[in-house]
Design a protein around this ligand. Structure first.
Ligand SMILES: [Zn+2]
Length: 417
């Protein structure tokens, strides 16, 4: 078998296409293998619109960056014809080994997608030997296509949450299907607030869903989300997830700790000690907490309030939960009367919880656990790591879909090459 025929087989080319020439460029590091692909002389090509076999009208030379040949870059070049169909005029044909305008063959894209499922995009780019921008373009194309195929006709309960693509700015809001046991992400959109909820409603309609079918929306206590949930999903009960209640108390503890650390010296290691669950503390952290408690610090007061939340959470019935929450809030109010403005973050948090008590209590009525939202937080962490080095809202959203949405079949079809 001639060497050109081996490369023809390797590229998976079928007649009339075959490799007609190859050359090594040793002047560059890594070396480059250039494969010239051509169609048999006299071959006819199907019109892209109707498929009628036509004579080539003219040719244009096009190159694709292929998978490395061992450690060497491989570039495939072919002259691609335009057909001249009597009905549809002069049109450039699509070659069987690549998408139009892609710059890399389907086989290359398939390997790249397999790698990007398993590792950060920058790592996949290093292995394949191309820039990560190029892989991001490939990934975004296929993810967008797979998302377009999502069927949302059965969605009845959703939870939404926002997260920062980068520290402090550029948010994305993520919607999950609460009935999905696995891969729950259904919609990711840049921004936060009411426009995101409206955008989800439009997306739902485009994907066979029905806003009046949505019976439950779970979200945090932001006024914008709550109002938008009511407007866009008129039949939905809105529940505030317990996860968010704990989250705002944790934030309040941290704000008090920071303010207090400016004014006096806190016991060493207090920051982590107040953030972790009591059962996960090591000896040094337990010691730090004990010193915090005995020292009469404002941070200790805030921490006790957060820890007392557990008692509310452990209520068995809706009635018990309502009773415990009322008493919890009253108890914290009383404790705070002896403190100055340093505990204002806790006061504000108590007011927020009081305002949304009805929606918080609903979690005892709702069948949906908050495990899903906690899992979502883990997903955000993973997505941040995977999009490292090239993170904006579009690439971040793309990775959240890749990890968390049911889009296993990214290619949609098996490529012919
Ligand atoms: Zn035609």
């Amino acid at each position: 078998m001639a060497t050109n025929d081996i490369f023809t087989l390797g590229l998976g080319l079928t007649p009339p296409w075959r490799v007609i020439d190859r050359r090594w460029e040793t002047g560059k590091q890594p070396n480059e293998l250039h494969l010239a692909v051509a169609a048999d002389p006299g071959a006819r090509f199907p019109c892209p619109t109707c498929g009628r076999l036509c004579k080539p009208h003219d040719w244009k030379e096009t190159s694709w960056r292929h998978l490395n040949f061992f450690q060497h870059a491989c570039i495939v070049t072919a002259r691609v014809p335009r057909t001249d169909c009597p009905d549809h005029g002069v049109l450039r044909i699509a070659v069987p080994w690549a998408r139009p305008d892609s710059g890399c063959p389907l086989l290359f894209e398939q390997v790249a997608l397999l790698l990007m499922r398993e590792m950060p995009v920058s790592a996949a780019a290093r292995i394949i030997g191309v820039t990560d921008q190029r892989l991001w373009r490939v990934l975004q194309f296929y993810v967008r296509q797979a998302i377009a195929r999502l069927d949302l006709s059965h969605v009845e309960a959703v939870a939404l949450d926002e997260t920062a693509a980068r520290r402090g700015h550029e948010y994305v809001t993520v919607f999950i299907d609460l009935d999905a046991a696995d891969k729950p992400v259904r919609f990711v959109t840049p921004g936060k607030g009411k426009d995101c909820v409206k955008a989800f409603r439009a997306f739902l309609l485009e994907h066979g869903g029905e806003p009046t079918r949505i019976a439950e929306v779970v979200c945090d206590m932001s006024a914008a989300f709550l109002a938008a949930a009511g407007e866009n999903f008129p039949r939905a009960a809105v529940t505030v997830d317990w996860f968010h209640v704990v989250q705002i108390f944790t934030t309040a503890v941290e704000q008090v700790r920071r303010a207090e650390a400016h004014r006096c010296v806190l016991p060493k290691g207090v920051r982590w000690a107040t953030l972790k669950r009591p059962e996960a503390l090591n000896a040094a952290q337990k010691q730090a907490l004990a010193e915090l408690e005995s020292g009469g610090f404002a941070t200790a007061e805030a921490y006790r309030a957060k820890e007392l939340l557990r008692w509310v959470r452990q209520a068995d019935t809706t009635q018990a939960a309502r009773w415990r929450l009322t008493h919890f809030l009253r108890h914290i109010d009383e404790r705070l009367t002896t403190w100055n403005y340093i505990l204002d973050p806790v006061r504000e948090t108590v007011e927020t919880v009081r305002r949304h008590a009805g929606r918080i209590i609903r979690r005892w009525l709702s069948g949906y656990s908050n495990a899903r939202l906690e899992a979502l937080n883990g997903l955000f962490q993973a997505a941040r790591a995977r999009a490292r080095g090239y993170r904006n809202t579009a690439t971040f959203a793309c990775i959240i879909y890749l990890i968390g949405a049911p889009i296993g079949d990214l290619l949609g079809v098996t490529p012919s090459t």
